[in-house]
Design a protein around this ligand. Structure first.
Ligand SMILES: *Cc1c(COP(=O)(O)O)cnc(C)c1O
Length: 412
């Protein structure tokens, strides 16, 4: 970053000073693993093999483990397994019980408490699966779940019913059935590979899967949903990028929630993907005491642009069983959106969505900018709260049949 030699941007307000600090790029560092040879540390298979997966490891590596975390970890393997890559573990601030990285990956006792409106399958995916491991909810695109494994497990995982197999869902996707369905369904022009994390496959397996999809003439667009660049940037090798670039147009959505996750290692990994011509988006989940703060979120979206990533969605946290302690309110989400739009680069402003409980799909929710609207005029407000009037245009003789007649709003 510029501003070398100065801790604060010139003329900084408290907010801009805080944002500036959050946007600093730092390496994750080696932490407990200082003695591990460089070659091993940078090897993604080494990172996977040395993940933290047991309470004993956690007690040894995180002496400040709280009673809630201790109890949560003891119960984790009956719900959603514990796994954290050494690389990502190093981002935890052991001195901070409320560390935003810690809250995402260390189990807590509250995970075992389920409110009555919480669900195992909060987005009703299983009901929209024509074949196991494929969710066909929208007319022209499918979600293809390729594995139940991830590099690390997010405690608020929307697919914890199947991911990590802690509940015995026994997810064994048969790619032939899923690919057959796509091949036989010409309406599907967009395939989203997710899971679990598709980048956990080795290059050969992923290349095989992508080639089979590319061989289907009506599949125009392929994308990957992955948290690997954040949990395991070592996986983003030059060989992987060279393989992926054969399959354009190929987009990739990462999942980052807090600016501290965007380390120098992550920035470099994302740069390699971007250099391979892969457009990058980010999906964040709005999480209480992680990123439910306008300053943190603004720093995060700006830092994503520095990593060549366009913020795509902010998700309201799904009603997943045992996630109440991590869910922030919709009110908070709307306040954050209101403080982004107009206040920073338009490319940095994602769409805030609620995945409708039970299976209605993603619904955008936005602060109100249209204050009133009728046949003659639209009254709008800008990001500063100033009010403007736009005289409604008359559409004249329609060239196209109007898809929908605009109704006068009903006054209650
Ligand atoms: C999110 C999602 C998609 C992709 O939605 P976009 O808005 O196109 O990114 C597709 N299918 C399912 C089931 C999804 O949940």
């Amino acid at each position: 970053m510029s501003n070398e030699g100065s801790d604060e941007p010139p003329g900084g307000t408290p907010e801009s000073t805080a944002i500036h600090a959050l946007k600093e790029f730092r390496p994750a560092g080696r932490g407990f693993w200082a003695d591990v040879p460089e070659r091993d540390w940078n090897d993604w298979r080494w990172q996977l093999k040395h993940r933290i997966t047991t309470l004993e490891q956690l007690e040894r590596l995180l002496p400040t483990l709280t009673p809630e975390e201790h109890a949560g970890t003891r119960l984790a393997n009956t719900k959603l397994a514990l796994a954290i890559t050494p690389y990502f573990f190093n981002l935890i601030d052991p001195a901070d019980e409320h560390c935003p990285i810690r809250r995402q990956v260390i189990p807590r006792l509250e995970e075992t408490q389920t409110a009555e409106w919480e669900l195992a399958d909060p987005c009703g995916e299983d009901a929209h699966s024509p074949v196991p491991g494929l969710v066909h909810r929208y007319p022209d695109r499918v979600l293809f779940l390729v594995t139940d494994r991830c590099a690390s497990y997010c405690r608020y995982c929307t697919r914890s019913r199947l991911v990590s197999n802690a509940t015995g869902y026994d997810f064994h996707p048969e790619f032939d059935r899923q690919i057959d369905y796509i091949a036989k369904t010409p309406a599907v022009r967009d395939v989203l590979l997710s899971g679990g994390d598709p980048l956990l496959f080795n290059d050969e397996k992923l290349e095989y899967l992508l080639s089979r999809l590319r061989a289907i003439p009506h599949v125009e667009f392929i994308r990957l949903g992955t948290r690997i660049p954040v949990f395991l940037p070592q996986r983003i090798t030059p060989e992987l990028c060279a393989m992926l670039k054969q399959f354009h147009p190929l987009f990739l959505s990462i999942h980052s929630n807090h600016p501290r996750e965007l380390t120098t290692e992550v920035r470099d990994a994302l740069g390699r993907l971007a250099d391979a011509g892969i457009p990058l988006g980010n999906q964040s989940v709005l999480l209480r005491h992680v990123n439910d703060d306008p300053v943190v979120m603004k720093a995060h979206v700006q830092k994503l642009l520095l990593c060549r990533v366009r913020p795509y969605y902010i998700y309201q946290c799904d009603l997943i069983a045992g996630s109440a302690h991590l869910r922030a309110s919709v009110r908070r989400g709307l306040e954050i959106m209101d403080r982004l739009r107009g206040h920073t680069t338009g490319y940095a402003v994602p769409t805030y969505v609620i995945d409708a409980p039970g299976g209605g799909g993603k619904v955008p929710v936005s602060p109100e900018y249209v204050l009133s609207r009728n046949r003659d005029r639209v009254v709008i407000r800008n990001y500063e709260g100033k009010i403007f009037e736009y005289p409604e245009a008359t559409d004249g003789t329609p060239l196209f049949k109007a898809p929908m007649e605009i109704e006068e709003p009903e006054v209650a």
